[in-house]
Structure formats: structure tokens, C-alpha cells
Design a protein around this ligand. Structure first.
Ligand SMILES: NC(=O)c1ccc[n+]([C@@H]2O[C@H](COP(=O)([O-])OP(=O)(O)OC[C@H]3O[C@@H](n4cnc5c(N)ncnc54)[C@H](O)[C@@H]3O)[C@@H](O)[C@H]2O)c1
Length: 246
């Protein structure tokens, strides 16, 4: 499998699944456009993937700054087609339906739904002109099973599946595939540092493979969906969850 000659934009590339995607795509020969709001972690990723050979563009920014997002990414796309888009960046604001604040709810929907929509709107026309494109959205098992105390996150992760399928229907005839991956529990800094062990234990107990995933196990599936090997897959919502949520 090779992605040489392709340019991939990865949001949230500074750590976790986004960092793993940057490394896997670099190893497959793709040029990288990496976005994150954390300059320190993004720099570390850039240092590593630059040594792997491909061209790397890094943009440190808050993705919810829409004007900056559209102008910065638009410029990079004008300089050379971005033909693979990975909508990965995200964060959680836990809360039950009765307690979640409107600010928290809208922030979670903003990063998981509005930012992907804007990026798709921006990049789709040039992918259509090229007659080839790949869009991979990172959803979650919570998007299909719901989460007690995770109403904003689960709603957003269900929404991105609807966005995925709608865009897939709109642009299939132009050679563009659009898919979602639904990770289960994955060993990223946020999960390691902020999720209570009892919640992790509960999920692992419900996971047939009986363990947490490594971020590379998700990134490898994303790379497959971006490759020509996955040329006949579109509109899929693919669990990468060790069987959790089946
Ligand atoms: N880790 C898991 O168990 C798991 C499970 C299912 C789905 N997911 C999803 O996978 C994706 C990646 O998860 P992760 O665990 O690697 O996350 P993470 O928190 O470890 O990393 C997310 C990255 O996104 C960046 N980011 C967040 N908001 C941003 C913003 N507004 N602007 C710019 N950058 C921003 C952060 O700085 C960070 O580097 C997310 O969409 C998450 O919901 C993760």
C-alpha cells in the first residue's frame, strides 16, 4: 500500500490518533498537512515525520477560528491539492442530558461536526475536479450505543455518521469516497490522563478482544480507507473497537 503522490490533511495531529495517522501516512509516502492548537506537541510530531521523508506543512491554530481555518487551509490547497482529509480533532465535555450546559453542548458539536463540515465544503470542489478524493471522519462507538453522561459527545459522534453518509451520496460519482471510523477505547494521552480507571475497566470488560487499542491500530484502518485498496468502500461506519458495541 502506497500513498505517494497524495497530500493528507489531519486535524488534531499533535497527539493520540491524529499523531499516529501522521506517522502512518508519512511511512506510506504521503505529504502531510498537520493542524493542532497545541504548538508543543505538534512540533514534536513534525520533527519525527519530517525525518520520514515527505513534505510536511504544520499549522498551529484553534480549528474553531473559522476564518483562519478557511484561509490557511485554502492557501495550502491552492499550492497543491489536498486530496485526503481526516477529520480527527475532538474533545469531550461530559454531562448528562439534564446537566449539560448549552455552551458545552455547542462546543462539542462545533469541533466534531461544524469544523468537519467547513473543511469538507472547502476541499470538496478541488477533489471533484481531480476526480479522486478520500474523506475519513473519526466518529466513536458512543455514536451508535450512546453514553450515559456523554450526551454531547454521543450526539456529535452520531451526527458525524450522518454527515459521512450524506457526503458519500453526494460525491461518489466524482471518485470521492467518504467513510467514518468508530474507535473503541484507544490508548491516547487524553484517555490515559483523564479517564477514570473504573470507566476503562467497564469498557474493556465489554470488549471481546479484552484490551484497549493502540492509536496505530486505528490509524492503520484510516490509511487503508484512504488507499486505492479501499476503492469500493464509501458511506461505511466502520467500528475499530475490538468488538465493543457490536
Ligand atoms: N481515544 C479514544 O478512546 C477514542 C475513542 C473513540 C473516538 N475517539 C475520537 O478520536 C479522535 C482523536 O481522539 P484522541 O483520543 O486521539 O484525542 P486526544 O485528545 O488525545 O487528541 C486530540 C488532539 O486534537 C487537538 N484539538 C482538540 N481541539 C482542537 C481545536 N479546537 N483546534 C485544534 N486542535 C484541537 C488537541 O490539541 C489534541 O492534540 C477524537 O475525535 C475522539 O473523539 C477517541
Amino acid at each position: 500500500m502506497s500513498l505517494t503522490g497524495h497530500k493528507v490533511l489531519i486535524t488534531g495531529a499533535g497527539q493520540g490518533i491524529g499523531r499516529a495517522c501522521a506517522e502512518v501516512f508519512a511511512s506510506l509516502g504521503a505529504d502531510l498537512v498537520l493542524l493542532d492548537k497545541n504548538a508543543e506537541t505538534l512540533d514534536q510530531v513534525v520533527e519525527k515525520v519530517t525525518k520520514m521523508g515527505g513534505e510536511v506543512t504544520a499549522i498551529t491554530m484553534d480549528l474553531t477560528d473559522t476564518d483562519k481555518l478557511l484561509s490557511e487551509v485554502g492557501k495550502v490547497n491552492d499550492e497543491g491539492l489536498i486530496d485526503i482529509l481526516i477529520n480527527n480533532a475532538g474533545f469531550d465535555r461530559p454531562g448528562t442530558t439534564e446537566k449539560i450546559s448549552m455552551e458545552g453542548f455547542e462546543a462539542v458539536l462545533g469541533i466534531h461536526l461544524t469544523v468537519p463540515l467547513f473543511l469538507i465544503q472547502l476541499l470538496l470542489p478541488s477533489m471533484r475536479s481531480a476526480g479522486w478524493g478520500r474523506i475519513i471522519n473519526v466518529s466513536s462507538i458512543y455514536g451508535i450505543v450512546g453514553g450515559k453522561g456523554e450526551v454531547a459527545y454521543s450526539t456529535a459522534k452520531a451526527g458525524i455518521i450522518g454527515l459521512t453518509k450524506s457526503v458519500a451520496r453526494e460525491c461518489g460519482e466524482d471518485g470521492i469516497t467518504v467513510n467514518a471510523v468508530l474507535p473503541g477505547l484507544t490508548r491516547t494521552p487524553t484517555i490515559e490522563n483523564f479517564m477514570a480507571q473504573r470507566f476503562k475497566d467497564e469498557i474493556i470488560a465489554d470488549t471481546p478482544l479484552g484490551r484497549i487499542a493502540e492509536p496505530e491500530e486505528v490509524a492503520n484502518v484510516i490509511a487503508f480507507l484512504a488507499s486505492d485498496d479501499a476503492s469500493y468502500i464509501t458511506g461505511a461506519a466502520l467500528p475499530v473497537s475490538g468488538g465493543w458495541g457490536m
